[in-house]
Design a protein around this ligand. Sequence first.
Ligand code: V47
Ligand code: SF4
Length: 381
Amino acid sequence: MIHTVHPKLNPIREKVEAGERLTLDDGLLMYDPEVPVNDLGQLANLVRERKNGNKAYYNINTHLNATNVCVYRCIFCAFRSDLRSDKGYAMNDAQILARGKEAVENGCTELHVVGGLHHQRKFEWYRDLLKIIHDEYPKLHLKAWTAVEINWFEFLTKRPTAEILEELREAGLGSMPGGGAEIFHPEVRDQICEHKADGNNWIHIHRTAHNLGIRTNCTMLYGHVEKPLHRIDHLMRLRELQDETGGFQTFIPLAFHPENTGLDHIKKPSAVEDLRTMAISRLMLDNIDHMKAYWIMLGIGTAQTALSYGADDLDGTVRHELIYHDAGATTPEFLSVEKLENLIREAGREPVERDTIYRKVIRNSSDPTDWQIGEEVEVAV
Ligand code: V47
Ligand code: SF4
């Protein structure tokens, strides 16, 4: 029971305590600067606790960005490159396989595979890239290709979403990451990434994936040109799809990093803004089990604090991250399991290693490759 919240929040407190759904207006009210972030944190923490008890999750993962060459020019992106620029690269099969090998030897259960949309690569290149890793390292879960990439594959092949997803699954796709969502509202999307898949395309692709039994994640990129209304509208569109399919596993709020982007005049969101957005996301997305505090993007201190503002997951150990580091993130390249577990314990939570689709990972010995999948983690609805 929570008693001491700002008077404006009282109706929201009552709804949260009764397990009732919050409205668009409730969402907007929570962005009122007069509403203290700590009060929102208390409410979000109540929801987190109800769903996930005292557990906080992490995984052991590596990123693979096989190319940074991209046909699009999203204004917030510091990662992309032109084909002829010195920065542009595309990995060959040996480099791709080497990344899989490194992941497996370091105990990873997941490879997070995303990248640019290279105009000279066919759909088969993106598909076979998964296949060569999957054939060699079948235990490694491939969380691959955002809805923006799937939409590009539809354009390349002129084939329907479901067919493409089935073919990728056949090649080794295990689940899909939540990137490319940015902000769905066209008032914002048209300013920051007008050419790529729009909000309806993004939702359609995730709906199709869910209907095929492919689990996915979802994200929101905040702290650029959008207003609170656009954020809440975005969260409500995700909530609506989740009501329909139940296929989202986790939501990841992504704070904009301005360095080396077309929006470098904008200040990065403050820690208070990050925590407010985490708490509001937890409260609005009442039907999504997990909230991820992506430490690479939030910074270690804020990510750890976010465990008391609605988050129950810190993402992973993460090797070879480029999207945030190209945009000025000063977080380390990698965190050891020991450090992640200590951060979680220090926050008063019990660390649990999970795989990509939220099953417990059982480590049998100190050999990093000696692990097996246990039960699905428990979440109260
Ligand atoms: O779609 C790009 C964002 C996303 C910048 O599903 C930027 O488990 C901030 O989606 N500043 C890709 N954000 C990352 C992503 C993700 C990350 C971790 C886990 C999961 C998951 C998904 O990164 C892009 C875009 O929204 N992004 N540039 C930037 N300058
Ligand atoms: Fe390309 Fe993705 Fe960067 Fe947009 S965010 S420019 S689609 S790499």
